[in-house]
Design a protein around this ligand. Sequence first.
Ligand SMILES: NC(=O)c1ccc[n+]([C@@H]2O[C@H](COP(=O)([O-])OP(=O)(O)OC[C@H]3O[C@@H](n4cnc5c(N)ncnc54)[C@H](OP(=O)(O)O)[C@@H]3O)[C@@H](O)[C@H]2O)c1
Length: 266
Amino acid sequence: MKLSDSEKSRLKATYGEWAIVTGASSGIGLELATQLAEAKFNLVLTARNEERLLEIARKLKTKSIQIKPVAADLSVPEGVKQLIQSTKGLTIGLLINNAGFGTSGPFGNTSLQNEVNMLRVNCEAVLSLTHYFTQQFKKQQRGGIVFLSSLVAFQGVPYAANYAATKAYIQSLAEALAVELTPFHIDVLAASPGPVDSGFGNRANMIMKNALAPAKIGVPILSALGKQKNVVPGLLSKVLLYSLRTVPRFVKTKILEQVMRGFTRH
Ligand SMILES: NC(=O)c1ccc[n+]([C@@H]2O[C@H](COP(=O)([O-])OP(=O)(O)OC[C@H]3O[C@@H](n4cnc5c(N)ncnc54)[C@H](OP(=O)(O)O)[C@@H]3O)[C@@H](O)[C@H]2O)c1
């Protein structure tokens, strides 16, 4: 999927010159970075894997755009500071809060350190970056913030309890800011995909069924920014979310328990 020329122009005119994409070394983040490069955004790309970032920067670089790869670990406050520091002097107009990972399995069986790290990457780093760039965007009186939420954000999910809880935090933060920041001309979007075929499944120890390719995710997300407050990419995910809309949360949690049993390797 590719952005239309009119969408590229709209995004660049509304949020240009620079965009930050966290978690740009793989999956959804890489796809979003690729689409934004084609829309002629200068890009700050971040992830831990420096070699991979340099390779991606070489591939995406054209005569008309600059790419700044920043290798940083967002599970530690120094990593977040380093990323913010690297953007000094750049007019950032778009923040894509994408970096994140999942865990799965019976609660208590997984490593506490890994669960805490997930909370830091999926929530704390997102809070810190959003807090900092909201201040910049308010001064500029324009900006865009995309949050990678998930279909799991809308109810508790047994066997991925902490991961789903991190995404519930993201969904709630995004929904509130989408309203609060409107008077400052800052557009906020929560993107809530279902399963996507990326590096996510391996790291989370999940078997991703009916997964969409990242190439099917980037364009619907970027096209929704500035027009909607929430986007659910993919037909199957839309059907799933909307058909369960009137179902009580505790029933949804029981349904998700069955779904997650099929997704976990435990
Ligand atoms: N895949 C799905 O089914 C799915 C569904 C809904 C929502 N999501 C969300 O979408 C986002 C992107 O996931 P994905 O599917 O594209 O997974 P992915 O292919 O594993 O990509 C995750 C990205 O996050 C980066 N990252 C992970 N830990 C990091 C850390 N400590 N510091 C800095 N960067 C870190 C990774 O780079 P390094 O490893 O190089 O650091 C990578 O670039 C996540 O927030 C995920 O929760 C995914």
